[in-house]
Write a protein that binds this ligand. Structure first.
Ligand code: GTB
Length: 217
């Protein structure tokens, strides 16, 4: 069976590829696995049928031969485990690549998402103007640490892998800010990820959904 994932019927990012179906699509493309997409509305995501697949009423989900998964990181790891291309054969290198996936999602993403949550839920509050510089300082601190680690390397641990896929995905969420500008190696790292043919194919696929939804296709 061809795996089926869910994605926004109408993504709030308007085709920028910032929603979490993007790393899943990218992973499929990197390993050469065909996939189908079921588009869901915000209302449908909150219905029992979808919550049975994703308890929090979110996208993405993954279904294949009776296996149902949620959490984009877990889905990318599953895809990477099934086919070569995203995780090294060597057990230690494989463990390190998985550690970078966790790092992207649990050490870098929280500060990045905090900024978005504050914008969407607190920007009309009196404390918002004071809070933003504090959040941005935390993001800069994390980016500085990551930038120092990456140095002049192309990817985080040798060849491109699942850790880079998740880290580039997280860093792309800063694309509407100037926060990456001070870290030229990270900006170049993101650009390298975005230049990969598999990324381009994934991006175009989700962008076509936006074009169709907005009547521009
Ligand atoms: N930890 C889960 C995972 O990694 O799979 C988180 C899933 C998640 O946050 N899903 C979001 C969702 O379904 C979409 S990706 N939200 C709907 C809801 O909770 O009701 C997050 C996202 C949304 C929008 C933008 N954007 O517009 O730029 C970027 C990222």
């Amino acid at each position: 069976m061809t795996p089926i994932i869910t994605a926004f019927e109408a993504s709030p990012d308007e085709g920028q590829g910032l929603a979490r179906d993007m790393p899943v699509r990218w992973a499929f493309e990197e390993v050469g696995q065909a996939y189908d997409v079921r588009l869901v509305s915000f209302a449908a995501m909150k219905e029992a049928a979808h919550r049975a697949r994703q308890p929090f009423g979110q996208i993405p989900t993954y279904e294949e031969d009776g296996l149902v998964l949620f959490e984009s990181g877990a889905i990318v790891l599953h895809i990477a485990n099934r086919r070569p291309g995203l995780l090294p054969e060597n057990a230690d290198a494989r463990a390190r690549a998985i550690a970078w996936m966790f790092s992207a999602l649990s050490s870098v993403e929280p500060v990045v998402v905090e900024r978005e949550i504050a914008f969407f839920t607190e920007r009309d509050k009196p404390w918002y103007a004071e809070r933003v510089p504090m959040i941005e300082a935390r993001i800069r601190a994390r980016l500085g640490e990551l930038s120092r680690y990456l140095g002049d390397a192309e990817w985080l641990d040798g060849a491109f892998g699942a850790g880079d896929l998740m880290m580039v995905t997280v860093l792309r969420r800063l694309s509407d800010t100037d926060l990456l500008e001070a870290f030229s190696n990270l900006a170049a790292y993101v650009a390298r990820g975005e230049a990969r043919p598999a990324f381009r194919r994934a991006f175009e696929a989700q962008h076509r959904v936006f074009l169709a939804a907005s009547g521009k296709a």
